[in-house]
Design a protein around this ligand. Structure first.
Ligand code: SF4
Ligand code: SF4
Length: 332
């Protein structure tokens, strides 16, 4: 290796060490380039309307295709993973609605950016000329595709990125920078012949391997739709008790046997709760909701949205109980 190659390797090692020191659980580097075929697949997904009403995904094409249109002169993307797995489970005996694992604690939109900005400062210490911008699900950046390019993992058939060392329970953050670093290589796809996520999805939202139709996904209906939009009965009938989000496709993934306790207090379930009861939500006043769910991902649904979801879960329970009674009487 020549001197400039050695220098590049050294500064890349410094950046990765800094990411680990800042508390990230995975880090990789991608070369700032056009996303090419990955971008084409994204456009095909949009063309099929699989983004449902998520209009923001259908904007800023040019930036999504090439990060150099976000940071002119960008040469590298530092992509990090933040594990959020905590060793708690949903209470099967609870009659509350289930909250998706990522939303048990504090909002990653609050936890990740300060750490990403610290990482960007390290880049600037190494190269004082470096210009960087940080993203975590906050702009026109296809984070999952960049995580794959940076070698953090592969995009599973459920569309989430899976790491061989920590599974899929992690958030992705990106620093786009003009600094030059040594790029990592993508890793193989280790889904193989498995189809557990596709088989387990209650709404058949994984319409083909690697393709999720948001318009069928419980996460979309319980998080992304406005509170005054009624959840269709076809979806309500398959809610499986989910109040906010859905973890089924990740819960069944065999790679999550490698999940590890993140040890981050801010991702622990608030008040120890992984479910919320419909009665509690119906009785909650707006000011108490704002206090209780400050800096929580649940505030995205708003109180009225959570109340709507709780009513849908309650309908799902009644439908399920009715079907079970009908089955029993048929058996008799
Ligand atoms: S989150 Fe739930 S509804 Fe959405 S694709 Fe996964 S299993 Fe299906
Ligand atoms: S459940 Fe199986 S097919 Fe789905 S993402 Fe995991 S390994 Fe891949």
């Amino acid at each position: 290796m020549n001197t400039s190659g050695r220098r590049l390797a050294e500064r890349t090692a410094r950046v990765k060490a800094a990411a680990t020191r800042l508390g990230f659980d995975a880090v990789g580097i991608a070369r700032a380039d056009t996303l090419g075929p990955d971008y084409v697949r994204y456009r095909q997904w949009l063309d099929k309307g699989y983004h449902a009403t998520l209009a923001y995904m259908d904007r800023n094409y040019d930036k999504r295709e090439d990060p150099r249109r976000i940071v002119p002169g960008a040469r590298s993307l530092v992509v990090v993973g933040q594990n959020y797995y905590t060793p708690h489970q949903h209470d099967a005996s609870s009659d509350g609605g289930k909250i998706a694992r990522y939303a048990w604690g504090d909002d990653y939109h609050d936890v990740m950016p300060p750490r990403l900005r610290s990482l960007a400062s390290v880049l600037q210490e190494i190269d004082p000329e470096a210009e960087s911008r940080v993203y975590t699900d906050t702009g026109p950046v296809l984070e999952k595709q960049w995580a794959v390019r940076a070698g953090l993992g592969w995009q599973g058939k459920h569309s989430n990125v899976i790491s061989r060392s920590i599974g899929s329970w992690f958030f992705i953050g990106v620093v786009i920078s003009t600094i030059e670093l040594e790029a990592d290589s993508p890793i193989e796809d280790y889904c193989g012949t498995c189809s557990a996520c596709i088989d387990a999805c209650p709404t058949n939202a994984i319409v083909e391997p690697y393709v999720v139709d948001a318009g069928k996904c419980l996460s979309y209906w319980t998080i992304e739709t406005k509170p005054d939009v009624e959840i269709p009965l076809t979806i309500v009938g398959q809610m499986e008790g989910w109040l906010f989000g859905c973890d089924i496709c990740q819960d069944v993934c065999p790679w999550n046997r490698f999940q590890q306790d993140c040890g981050e207090e801010r991702f622990e379930p608030r008040l120890g709760e992984t479910e919320l009861s419909g009665e509690y939500l119906e009785s909650l006043r707006q000011e108490d909701f704002s206090t209780r769910f400050r800096k929580s991902p649940l505030k995205r649904s708003k109180l009225a949205g959570l109340q709507r979801n709780a009513r849908a879960v309650s309908t799902w329970r009644r439908l399920t109980a009715y079907e079970s009674d009908t089955d029993q009487s048929t058996i008799k």
